[in-house]
Design a protein around this ligand. Structure first.
Ligand code: G3P
Ligand code: MG
Length: 249
């Protein structure tokens, strides 16, 4: 490796704000995406799921219990219920009144904030079909501002496969906590070119093999640059972090 190839961290375009800047604002809300943009992030990661009536919303869990002032399962909620849900005060009273955003509202905010998005498709038992989920997400993303770049990630290889069939233009990232033995077969079957891996499972050996096969690897969820320091020179591509400022300074 030549001196010019030495990397001590990710470039600005390879720092993704996990659920927005979720260390400083309520996760997966417009406030968290705005905070990421204010920190200088170019990319946010966000989680998408459907309500019972098929409305696509941005939320991590299958219920609103943890991240709102209300309770209920997504499958029992409809778009009309969203007005009653406060998704900010649970995090800090300063964010009282923050809404639980629809994917449509977030796509529009991405354009205004000039952010790109890693859209993670969450599969939940209440979803009627994978097809409905993937098609709904793609329809919303097609309506994005022209400058908004999108990549799609999922722990579910079937969701990525279906997305590739519906719209082959997205970069697809397979999410794993640990790399399975058949990782190359899984990527080929989608097909996907990227792995998003729990940072505790990173190894120099895996990164070198990934580089050899032209596969990008991003690490989640790291909030301390010391955790990844030894991996940049081995080919780590990027990081997904709750606090983009620690990787952007
Ligand atoms: O994209 C990485 C990360 O979002 C995956 O885990 O559970 O935070 O969605 P989770
Ligand atoms: Mg996620």
């Amino acid at each position: 490796m030549t001196r010019s190839e030495q990397r001590s961290g990710p470039g600005r375009s390879e720092v993704q704000a996990h659920r927005g800047a979720s260390a400083i604002a309520p996760e997966n809300t417009i406030a968290a995406f705005r905070a990421a943009a204010e920190q200088g992030a170019e990319w946010v990661e966000l989680d998408v799921a459907l309500l019972g009536d098929g409305t696509a919303i941005v939320i991590h869990d299958a219920s609103i219990d943890r991240c709102s002032s209300s309770t209920g399962n997504l499958g029992d909620l409809r778009a009309a219920d969203l007005d009653q849900i406060d998704a900010g005060a649970w995090f800090d009273p300063r964010f009282k009144g923050e809404s639980l955003p629809t994917l449509a509202a977030v796509v529009s905010a991405l354009g205004e904030l000039r952010l790109n998005a890693n859209v993670e498709i969450k599969q939940h038992p209440h979803h009627k079909s994978l097809d409905q989920l993937v098609k709904t997400v793609d329809e919303h993303l097609r309506a994005r501002a022209p400058q908004t770049k999108i990549m799609i990630s999922s722990f579910d290889s079937a969701a990525l496969k279906r997305m590739h069939e519906i719209n082959p233009s997205y970069e697809l990232a397979m999410l794993w906590s640990r790399v399975p033995d058949d990782w190359r077969d899984v990527l080929r079957s989608i097909p996907a070119t990227t792995v998003h891996l729990g940072y505790k499972s990173l190894s120099i050996g895996f990164l070198e093999e990934a580089v050899r096969h032209g596969i990008k690897v991003r690490a989640w969820t790291s909030n301390d640059p010391r955790e990844l320091a030894s991996f940049w020179n081995a080919g780590l591509t990027g990081v997904i972090t709750d606090d983009p400022s620690v990787y952007l300074s």
